[in-house]
Design a protein around this ligand. Structure first.
Ligand code: UDX
Length: 447
């Protein structure tokens, strides 16, 4: 009989995983403790913007016309325990307030709620990004608190999806990593992932700590690439070089690769910044903090980029305070194709300029509601054109396709000055310059 799967936590990760599991043919029950989220999902609505996710969900959510009916939702842990053979824990692990370490309270709460209901054989699979050592601790917790004892087993299976590509990354993962302690657990997970593995996704079997570390080290490597190229941008700026050309040229070396070498205002979001900080904190606890001191530098290069963007804007406007200056900000989300504004470099830059007296007007294709909630005192416009109207300077801070496709000529007709700063090195400098704009980007020559 086909496996029955539950997914605990229905945020970015969980909602996508649940829908993907249904797409792979499994009966799936998703759980969240937030009642409103469950109500939305039952109607086939996604609580965030993620391309393709709503369609995938609607294809499977029970009760939606024409759906397979394979995907249902609940808030009841007892129902989840009774239903599933494999339980994926997908709750979030945010940064602890005022600390580097990550907050494990949602993971711990999920295990505490599930364990007492596990009366028969079950595989609990952690997907959340956690400090190394958590799986060992949670396995011991399960053994002690699940009535099924050793029959309630743990596995660790980190998730590598990117926002904006979550559906594709989940259905066609680059790799599937499973930390297991028994052949039985491995066999069950091979069954769950049989389709992507058949389609070519590598299946890597490890122990618990390695599985946990694969995730944090992958994110650390990605963060390092971005901060490396941003450091090179700073040197290019000082030496008169062009970081975009430099990235292209070094990227031709396969060992370096071309991806993740776009210089600009740096990384943000709910993963990279907090994951590298939690990794440093955990290494400290393990007595291995020396090994990761470089991540402190990666983090500070990244945070410095935001301040440098503000300074670049100030200089471009002739120096001095921002008071009375009208600043158009294109982009609010931490990356395109997402409505996520968590730790968004764009909003950080906008907020700094606003605090320094600038009259900031923000436009973003999908992030307006979230941005308004987080920064209610900033100005907002309903389109790029409206944001730019009367502006002394335009800051391009999130590289949405919509912004690359803007006509600089039309914008120039409504702007007060034709001055654009490209904080993402993603606009075409020649196009803007031909339309009479002064184009500036970090780490690139002025003309
Ligand atoms: C990241 C990892 O990529 C993913 O594998 C992991 O599961 C979760 O964390 P995500 O947070 O969705 O995914 O964003 P990502 O695409 O990695 O981008 C992170 C940030 O880096 C964005 O703010 C982006 O604008 C920035 N970035 C990315 C750069 O500044 N330059 C680049 O070259 C690439």
């Amino acid at each position: 009989m086909a496996l029955k799967i539950t997914v605990i936590g229905t945020g970015y990760l969980g909602a996508t995983h649940a829908a993907a599991m249904a797409e792979l043919g499994f009966e799936v029950l998703g759980l969240d403790v937030v009642e409103e989220k469950i109500d939305m999902l039952r109607r086939g609505e996604v609580p965030m913007y993620e391309p393709g996710l709503e369609e995938l969900l609607r294809r499977h959510v029970a009760g939606i016309e024409g759906s397979t009916g394979r995907l249902r939702f609940t808030t009841d842990y007892a129902e989840v325990a009774a239903f599933g053979d494999v339980h994926f824990v997908c709750v979030n692990t945010p940064q602890r307030h005022g600390e580097y370490a990550c907050d494990m309270s949602y993971v711990d709460a999920a295990f505490a709620s599930l364990a007492p209901h596990l009366t028969g054989p079950a595989l609990v699979v952690g997907k959340s990004t956690v400090p190394v050592g958590s799986a060992d601790r949670l396995a011991a917790y399960l053994a002690e608190h699940a009535p099924a004892g050793a029959d309630a087993e743990l596995a660790w299976n980190p998730e590598f999806l990117r926002e904006g590509f979550a559906v594709n990354d989940t259905l066609h993962p680059d790799r599937i990593v499973v930390g297991v302690r028994s052949e039985k657990a491995e066999k069950l997970l091979r069954e769950v992932y049989a389709t992507p593995v058949e389609e070519g996704s590598p299946f890597v079997v490890t122990d618990f700590p390695t599985a946990e570390l694969v995730k944090t080290s992958a994110n650390s490597f990605l963060a390092t690439k971005i901060s490396f190229i941003n450091a090179m941008a700073e040197v290019c700026e000082a030496a008169g070089g062009d970081v975009a050309k430099l990235a292209e040229a070094i990227g031709h070396d396969d060992r370096i690769g071309r991806k993740f070498l776009r210089a600009g205002i740096g990384f943000g979001g709910g993963c990279l910044p907090k994951d590298i900080r939690a990794f440093m904190a955990r290494a400290g606890e393990l007595g291995a903090d020396q090994a990761l001191t470089f991540l402190r530098e990666i983090d500070s290069i990244n945070m410095r980029q935001r301040g440098q963007m503000v300074e670049l804007a100030r200089q471009a406007l002739g120096g001095g305070p921002f008071l009375g200056r009208r600043v158009a900000v294109l982009g609010a989300t931490f990356k395109p194709d997402s409505d996520d504004v968590r730790d968004s470099p764009a909003l950080n830059v906008a907020g700094q300029i606003h605090l320094q007296g600038g009259q900031v007007t923000v436009y973003d294709p999908k992030g307006m509601d979230n941005a308004r909630r987080l920064f209610p005192t900033l100005g907002y416009a309903d389109s790029a054109l409206e944001a730019v109207r009367g502006a002394d300077i335009v800051l391009h801070l999130t590289e949405w396709r919509e912004f690359r496709e803007l006509d600089p000529q039309t914008l120039g007709e409504v702007a007060s000055r034709r001055l654009v700063l490209d904080g993402r090195n993603a606009l075409d400098p020649e196009l803007w310059r031909r339309a009479g704009w002064t184009y500036r980007a970090m780490g690139r020559p002025t003309a």
